[in-house]
Design a protein around this ligand. Sequence first.
Ligand code: ADP
Ligand code: MG
Length: 347
Amino acid sequence: MIEDKNQEKTGLDQLGEFELINHLTKNFTLQHKSSIMGIGDDAAVMDFSNKKAVMSTDLLIEGVHFDLSYMPLKHLGYKSVMVNLSDIYAMNAIATQITVSIAVSNRFPLEALEEFYSGVALACEIYKVDLVGGDTTSSTKGMLISVTAVGEADEADIVYRSGAKPNDLLVVSGDLGGAYCGLQVLEREKEVFKVNPNNQPDLSPYTYIVERQLKPEARKDIKGLLQQLEILPTSMIDISDGLSSEILHLCSKSAVGCNVYENKIPLDPTVISACEEFKIDSTLVALSGGEDYELLFTIDQKDFPKIKGNPHFTVIGHMTDKNEGAHLISRGDAKIPLTAQGWNSFS
Ligand code: ADP
Ligand code: MG
């Protein structure tokens, strides 16, 4: 973290725990009818009346999931929320509430936490979710963040990983590989900075991919887009770990196989040029890069005309019988078994 030595910093020990929580969360207001009680009691209270509640949680550890040397804290706050909302949207639900829990060491001043919460606040505002609680504690080393997201959906609208059938089409939103390419750019700049701290990098050619890494947007819009098209996916998952591992999850939960066509995988032109520059294979990046937070889903073949040519969606393959396995059909027409090279937190 580059710190301005001239700026006054407030040590967290100067505030009591109550004062700290109050300071960080005082500007958050509740928007949803379902949020009955937010921050300020022993537990939040929610009322989903005739809807089903969906819930998902993630734990992010400094040095494992994020690097503060190139991740501004405001972006980190925003991204921590996105990662969780993406899971709610992957159930075809609407995200309504979050809790945010943090543990920080005494190297973090109050101003750092304010930055983090400004990112959380921006995410809450744009994505229309209520911050209804959390926990604040100290860590001996580094920062830990845990976000829990809650959402609601009609029971009939909820889409699980397990509903794909042979011959269903495999569809992805947006484009893939950008977040990984952005990370490569940031890692390179970090090394350059170590050698020459005065170097001001020109990252403008990489704006899209760096934003995909630092400021990902969860696909809140997909539920509505599919509703307009009168499509209910048969299965769905969000792409957090890389296309191949998510495809394999759908295949295993749905007990089907899959053929994915290399030439159909949607790539932004800046991803293609970054892959050329870094001498990495763009297909491999899309398959294993991760952190794209797009949605991957299957639809019945009869829905193909409804989705054909839609700029938000790309049909990248189709499901098969389980015993055919999961394969990538290469540009050269080779049939390559898909492996879960998606990012693995234990590797
Ligand atoms: P407890 O001792 O019961 O855990 P706390 O003092 O930790 O209570 O929390 C008081 C209130 O503040 C609760 O509503 C809790 O959800 C909320 N809260 C605590 N920490 C955070 C945080 N980091 N972000 C948002 N809300 C928080
Ligand atoms: Mg607490």
